[in-house]
Design a protein around this ligand. Structure first.
Ligand code: NAD
Length: 240
């Protein structure tokens, strides 16, 4: 693996614009299971059947129960060293932007600034009816919207919903400008984010625990854990 990490360090030091794209695997070492984890509290339930606009509209009790459990799970977890290294790398100009599919907000908590949360954030809430902002306590207590009586929800993108336009446009611009795109911890099965690696003329690097069935040809694939690979890359960059 050391040779591959050396190559990543070389790519990083010769790139002027680098974007990092992360998925659920980025936060697994923080204690948050990904979709395909064999363990964890959503083993019995496929989140894709609950994290939908249909579930919110037709089975709010289940939707609410599922997201209360997710929120409680997130409360006990924190960004790991890998998140903090990405924030440092942004500060020192090694990377320019992060786009994430994660709703945990960990990149922002770790101090990254230029972050596009493509699937929203579970730290914010709003009314599904009128869009008014809401707070976490009201969502957890299953209150309805003070304005219109609508159902409250986390400000995340559910299956079947559009991605936030600004986050998507910013990401697309960043990816198109990049000499290097580093993709970390994602199965690249969720549309339209899985199309992003094909939208750059720059080099693409995949850091992932499992090998993917992706049609995209990466310039470099490092099979490993996000935190460990980022730590090793940082060591090499510091020694340069
Ligand atoms: P996914 O579960 O489909 O794929 C995760 C990938 O990460 C897998 O290929 C797995 O091999 C890899 N992985 C697991 N542990 C890893 C580690 N320690 N280091 C590196 N790679 C690791 O997740 P996805 O592609 O992000 O898509 C799932 C959707 O679910 C996303 O839309 C996301 O919004 C949502 N999600 C978010 C969170 C979160 O916010 N933390 C958690 C789970 C799911």
């Amino acid at each position: 693996m050391d040779n591959l990490i050396n190559k990543l360090a070389l790519y990083l030091s010769s790139s002027s614009v680098t974007t990092v794209l992360t998925g659920a695997g980025m936060s697994v070492e923080s204690g948050i299971p990904d979709f395909r984890s064999k363990s964890g509290w959503w083993r019995k339930i496929d989140p894709r059947t609950v994290a939908t606009i249909e579930a919110l509209e037709t089975n709010y009790d289940l939707f609410h129960e599922f997201y209360c459990a997710r929120i409680r799970g997130f409360q006990e977890c924190y960004p790991h060293k890998g998140h903090h290294l990405l924030a440092e790398w942004e500060q020192t100009g090694l990377i320019q932007a992060i786009a994430t599919q994660n709703v945990d907000g960990f990149h922002l908590v770790a101090g990254s600034k230029n972050v596009s949360e493509l699937h929203g954030s579970i730290r914010n809430f709003r009314c599904n009816g009128c869009g008014s902002p809401a707070n976490k306590a009201d969502f957890l207590s299953k209150h309805t919207c003070v304005n219109c009586g609508g159902k409250l929800r986390p400000n995340i993108v559910l299956f079947g919903e559009m991605l936030p336009e600004q986050a998507w446009d910013t990401t697309l611009r960043n990816i198109q400008m990049s000499d290097l795109v580093i993709i970390i911890g994602t199965s690249l099965e969720v549309y339209p984010v899985n199309e992003l690696p094909s939208m750059t003329n720059g080099k693409t690097v995949l850091i992932n625990k499992d090998l993917l069935d992706s049609y995209h040809q990466f310039d470099l694939i490092i099979q490993g854990n996000a935190k460990e690979v980022l730590e090793k890359t940082d060591e090499i960059m510091r020694a340069k």
